[in-house]
Design a protein around this ligand. Sequence first.
Ligand code: SF4
Length: 372
Amino acid sequence: MRMVLAMRGSVDSTVATRYWRRLEDGRLLCELCPRACKLGEGQRGLCFVRARQDDAIVLTSYGRSSGFSVDPIEKKPLNHFLPGTPVLSFGTAGCNLTCKFCQNWDISKSRQMDTLADTAGPEQIVQAAERLGCASVAFTYNDPVIFLEYARDVAAACKERGIRTVAVTAGYINPEPRAEFFSFIDAANIDLKAFDEGFYRRIAGGRLQPVLDTLRYLRHETDVWFEITNLVIPGHNDSEDEHRRMSAWIVEELGPDIPLHFSAFHPNYKMRDVPPTSRATLRRARNIAVQQGVHHVYTGNVHDREGDTSFCAGCGTVLIVRDWYEILEWHLRDGCCPTCGMRCAGVFESGPGSWGARRLSVKMTPNGIALS
Ligand code: SF4
């Protein structure tokens, strides 16, 4: 199946950036994320896509993607943002964290620019989203904060056409670029990898506090709808105490309405010796979070009817029943509980979309898009 889209012309993959300054020793300090890379001429940052060229820090992956697909919005995961709708999803290469368990390591750890085989400027992406009937475009697969300038321009094109934007991110970004980044985002899933500084340092190569700061910022200073995902890794971040403290912090600092997804780990990258997360562990984590007062707690990457279901926070009525990414039952009435009338937190249309669990690969070509 092929569709023909108008061509936008070639895209220059290297663009200027803000958020850096010169140090006394002549190196340039990147101030986009807490990693704080200090670059000599010709060096790349840890994220690989930001580099020092001609005495400035540039983004080298503008308009370049590691691939496009149309996913269900539930796959991001977002269960309270336009349920059932398709989202045109793409990422680039590189990452500003070094998680040993990365589930997308072929993209995030790539040091090969040929990973970025697809070329697509903002206009081509928004046209593809329109033609494919997508309600939103997602910056995902690798962390979009490192390609802020590309995401910003895609988002601007989306806004003009009434298409929403979604970020799937670890939220590891400094305050000033954070304000710019989330100013063009409608919904986000924030990956809260653990509730322990030691885990972030040892396993993710970062720090927890900046992520907590991003979560507080989103809740108290923006209108971005966001949900949180915690990938539960056996023996590393799966203790009852950690889940209790994490859930209590979420309720205390963000309120009880921010949905929390406990997701199953699969052995990958540098943690192939760790077993996959059992359904029992995810259910235990879910029960703890519910006891701590989180209203909407889900289990992910497993079949679990209760952990796939949305319940009314007021009276417990079943609102949405899912099987993995598929919506099986919809009982919301204009976003409210049919029994007690309480509004369900989130962004809902009068009914669900009908995309289902499908995943559609999209190849951007000079003459159009190819679907498979
Ligand atoms: S965005 Fe990239 S270059 Fe900048 S500090 Fe973070 S990892 Fe380093």
